[in-house]
Write a protein that binds this ligand. Structure first.
Ligand code: FE
Length: 249
């Protein structure tokens, strides 16, 4: 557990070790403003019980008002029904995916609380703060959003900036960190054009920290800037696919 921010009734906590060996490591984040909480990308069934227990000690019953799902992957959404059953929270999911995730099993009296996020994004009011839901389509999911918190100036960047396999949770030396991100971004991200659209969009924000859904966080303007510089020129996805694949023999 990492305390990312705590000032003036605004608190952000990141959980990173609720998974098991076989699972891709995933971060879950809770943002609490004036007693009202939003949970970001809460993960699957194994994560659900310990995360719920931790949250109960941080917010009052019914203090969890919002659940944000950046995209449709199981490490984000698999426990959606459980969360909707034990809370009165609304959940927000890219509109592209609302009719797909119900295949995980969402009970009919909870399904109306999964609200579709339109392609252009929206704001979600948590306590006194308007969190910005920023389009990040095709990075990697076709319908995909990030959350920007204007109080801590943090971008919660989902799979962008994800890293796997390093022994630390906060990036110190960015150049030495690239090896833990490169393979993931080259294969999971759709194209450099998608990255450029995203960078042009988030340049309108004042970003101090970048907090991905997997691996180490990038704290401070210097490492955040270094990450954006690196990713801006990355060739990935369809940029580096072969012209055709051989038919398997
Ligand atoms: Fe994903």
């Amino acid at each position: 557990m990492l305390n990312l921010y705590s000032e003036n009734n605004h608190e952000i906590v990141l959980f990173h070790d609720f998974g098991t060996e076989a699972m891709v490591q995933a971060n879950q984040v809770v943002i609490i403003n004036n007693g009202e909480a939003m949970l970001l990308d809460p993960g699957g069934h194994k994560v659900y019980a310990p995360l719920f227990a931790e949250l109960s000690s941080m917010v009052k019953p019914n203090g969890l008002k919002h659940i944000f799902f950046s995209h449709q992957d199981p490490d984000i959404i698999a426990a959606a029904n459980g969360w909707l059953m034990v809370t009165e929270a609304n959940a927000y999911l890219p509109s592209l995916w609302t009719r797909f995730i119900t295949h995980f099993g969402v009970d009919k009296f909870a399904v109306h609380r999964i609200l579709p996020i339109p392609d252009e994004g929206q704001t979600i009011k948590v306590g006194e703060v308007d969190l910005k839901v920023i389009p990040a389509h095709f990075l990697h999911s076709a319908g995909n959003f990030h959350v920007y918190d204007p109080v801590s100036k943090t971008l919660f960047s989902g799979d962008m900036g994800a890293s796997l396999g390093m022994p630390y949770m906060e990036v110190q030396d960015f150049d030495a960190h690239i090896q833990y991100m490169e393979g993931f971004h080259k294969r999971y991200m759709a194209s450099n054009r998608a990255i450029r659209i995203w960078i042009k969009t988030i340049e309108k924000l004042d970003i101090e920290n970048i907090v991905p859904q997997h691996g180490a966080i990038m704290k401070g303007r210097e490492n955040s800037r270094k990450f954006l510089n690196w990713i801006a020129s990355l060739q990935c996805g369809t940029d580096i696919m072969p012209d055709s694949w051989d038919i398997p023999e």
